[in-house]
Design a protein around this ligand. Structure first.
Ligand code: 5AD
Ligand code: SF4
Length: 458
């Protein structure tokens, strides 16, 4: 290890200055919002070291992949990308390739990447993000690959730099890790045990964001309901965040077994808490829920939905569903369909079960064929599409408060944004509206988005 890199940002900038010209970075964050937030920290570190963001991957001198391992196809995608980089490296021999994220924490993966892909300059995991600048300096100075994966739970390191992807909507970590060990899920093995940030640190960050003009925060954790050890702690945090005056608060993800009465009450009391809840159900059959180690029943879940709608009738619910868990029968799956009908989700993220080595369900007898599972998921997607269509149609004629987010990719002169409920709305608007709340009269509904017109002010 070189001494220079230990001495903080100034020394690291000097290390970069010796590299000569301005260098460009490009980060690809795969998987969930946690990785997106991690990518913002890594971008902050890189900029502190003197790097600038590249417009495209091809322009970059340093490409960083933050991998996901939650399902096998996410892993395959990550590997596919790394192999593609091998070709790029042939054309650009000085390209620095870095790979981090959850997949690196899986037993044996980092070792196998090092052995098979010597062109990767730096491999790091989820627990040593804060050490990235030091590790990168080593790569640049010693001109050889470096790999560092820490086992166990990473400490919470405060005060790291951040280069946020949006000026008006910010991800704020509230906790890391997961203790739930759902039997299909690899996250507890790669993100470690639950650790919560202190309310003081979170509130300091949110206050800073409010002062800087941020309109919306998204509080992030694998299971925010067990923030601070569970109980009322997350509801109390939400109330304090609300007091900062931030215009819109979102959070994810909630585990139904820990969704407290106090948290539900927040939906009645806190007007700036967005009218949306992402509440992964995973399955509609009690038998499958038990095998998944979810520790709630269908009835409990439906009761939560009822209570929530009791305090916020127009709350929008979204969910995650796994189809084809080992031993799931057609009858179990029918119960998932009926639950989806009963709840009437705004949207559902649906996945075919993917066996993950080391998890509780790995190796369980799984007699249903992939063809049949594919038919099931298609049936589920078709049902959800129908329900989403109904939800969107019901908004026509209403006026919605939308946070204008970005220019529409499809329609020049149009902007896109989300309602409090999380529904996407496109409307004609000038770029100077981006980052502002606008009142939009909803005129029509597409498959996944609403269209409308900004109400004239005054
Ligand atoms: N197979 C399929 N889907 C999975 N998820 C997590 N692990 C698996 C797996 N092994 C899904 C769950 C979770 C979402 C983030 O990913 O639905 O809520
Ligand atoms: Fe995985 Fe369950 Fe933890 Fe969510 S709550 S990250 S599904 S183990």
């Amino acid at each position: 290890m070189t001494g220079i890199c230990r001495e903080g940002p100034e020394a690291r900038r000097a290390c970069m200055a010796r590299e000569g010209r301005k260098r460009l970075y490009f980060i690809v964050a795969m998987g969930c919002q946690m990785n997106v937030r991690d990518s913002e920290t890594l971008a902050g570190m890189l900029e502190e070291m003197g790097f600038s963001r590249a417009g495209t991957r091809e322009d970059a001198d340093l490409i960083l992949y933050l991998t996901c391992c939650v399902r096998e196809n996410a892993e395959n995608k990550a590997l596919g990308n790394v192999i593609w980089l091998k070709e790029l490296k042939k054309i650009k021999p000085d390209l620095v390739i870095c790979v981090g994220g959850c997949m690196m924490q899986v037993q044996g993966v980092a070792e196998s990447l090092i052995a098979r892909y010597p062109f990767i300059a730096l491999i790091f995991g989820t627990h040593n993000l804060h050490r990235f600048p030091e590790l990168l300096c080593r790569v640049l100075e010693e001109k050889r690959p470096v790999a560092e994966i820490l086992d166990g739970d990473g400490d919470i390191v405060e005060g790291l730099p951040v280069k946020r992807g949006s000026a008006h909507s910010a991800f704020v970590n509230v906790m890391y890790g997961c203790d739930n060990f759902c039997s299909y899920c690899i996250v507890p093995y790669v993100r470690g045990r639950e650790r919560s940030r202190s309310p003081e640190e979170i509130l300091r960050e949110v206050r800073g964001l409010v002062e800087g003009g941020t309109q919306e925060v998204v509080l992030l954790g694998q299971n925010v309901n067990s923030y601070g050890g569970g109980g009322n702690a997350f509801a109390a945090l939400l109330r304090s965040v609300h007091e900062t005056g931030i215009r819109r608060i979102r959070f994810m993800t909630s585990h139904p077994k820990d969704l407290s009465a106090e948290l539900i009450a927040c939906y009645g009391d806190l007007p700036n808490l967005a009218g949306h809840l992402h509440l992964p159900v995973q399955a509609g059959s009690d038998r499958v829920l038990a095998a998944m180690n979810r520790r709630y029943t269908r009835e409990h879940y439906l009761k939560l939905v009822e209570k929530l709608r009791g305090v916020r009738p127009d709350v929008g619910l979204t969910t995650d569903i796994i189809v084809g868990f080992p031993g799931e029968t057609r009858q179990d799956f029918r119960e998932t369909l009926s639950l989806v009908r009963e709840v009437g989700y705004d949207a559902a993220f649906t996945f075919i079960y993917s066996p993950r080595a080391g998890t509780g369900a790995y190796g369980l007898p799984d007699p249903v064929s992939m063809e049949e599972k594919t038919e099931w998921i298609e049936e589920l997607i078709a049902l959800q599409r129908e329900i989403t269509g109904r939800v969107l149609k019901a908004q026509i004629g209403s006026c919605q408060e939308v946070l204008a987010d970005a220019p529409s990719a499809r329609d020049p002169g149009w902007l896109g944004g989300k309602t409090g409920r999380g529904l996407m709305v496109n409307f004609p608007g000038a770029p100077d509206m981006i980052g502002r709340f606008v009142q939009v009269d909803i005129g029509s509904a597409g498959r996944n988005t609403l269209r409308g017109k900004v109400r004239e002010e005054g």
